[in-house]
Design a protein around this ligand. Structure first.
Ligand SMILES: [Zn+2]
Ligand SMILES: [Zn+2]
Ligand SMILES: [Zn+2]
Length: 144
């Protein structure tokens, strides 16, 4: 089964309607490498209305087909990912994004919930820096 089929089956299993527009958005998403913006998906699925693109992205986020990455400049991007909740390492120099395996703040969330009596529903944490290849002497020299 292709990745596209498996995402469509997942949506069907949850009683979501499968329309040609939705399939076009999902296909455009799965064709991306690296991170991408909603605008890029809208450019590739031109026939699909803006609201449908946003709704479908929301659905894919909820199903953990994609994750959201907040870039250092404040723009929100997406990435194909099947990991569930996680955080990212973002290189501010080349834009490379790496998924982190574990939630770094699970203990803190529990402590905070206990201390404040909040029911914590979510949190957002990204790490920004420069990756190993951007930190190599060669990359430094190319920049100078
Ligand atoms: Zn880098
Ligand atoms: Zn991710
Ligand atoms: Zn977390």
């Amino acid at each position: 089964m292709s990745e596209l089929e498996s995402v469509i089956r997942k949506l069907e299993a949850l009683d979501h309607r499968i329309t040609p527009s939705r399939v076009a958005v999902i296909a455009a998403v799965l064709a991306q490498s690296g991170h991408f913006s909603v605008e890029e998906i809208m450019r590739q699925a031109r026939a699909v209305g803006r609201a449908t693109v946003f709704r479908t992205m929301r659905l894919l986020t909820d199903l953990d087909v994609v994750c959201r990455v907040l870039l250092e400049d404040g723009s929100l991007h997406y990435r194909v990912s099947r990991r569930g909740h996680h955080h990212h390492l973002v290189c501010v120099s080349c834009g490379n994004v790496q998924d982190l395996d574990e939630c770094a703040v699970a203990d803190l969330v529990r402590e905070l919930a206990a201390a404040t009596e909040y029911e914590i529903e979510g949190h957002w944490l990204e790490f920004y820096g420069r990756c190993a290849s951007c930190r190599s002497p060669l990359a430094q020299a190319a920049k100078a």
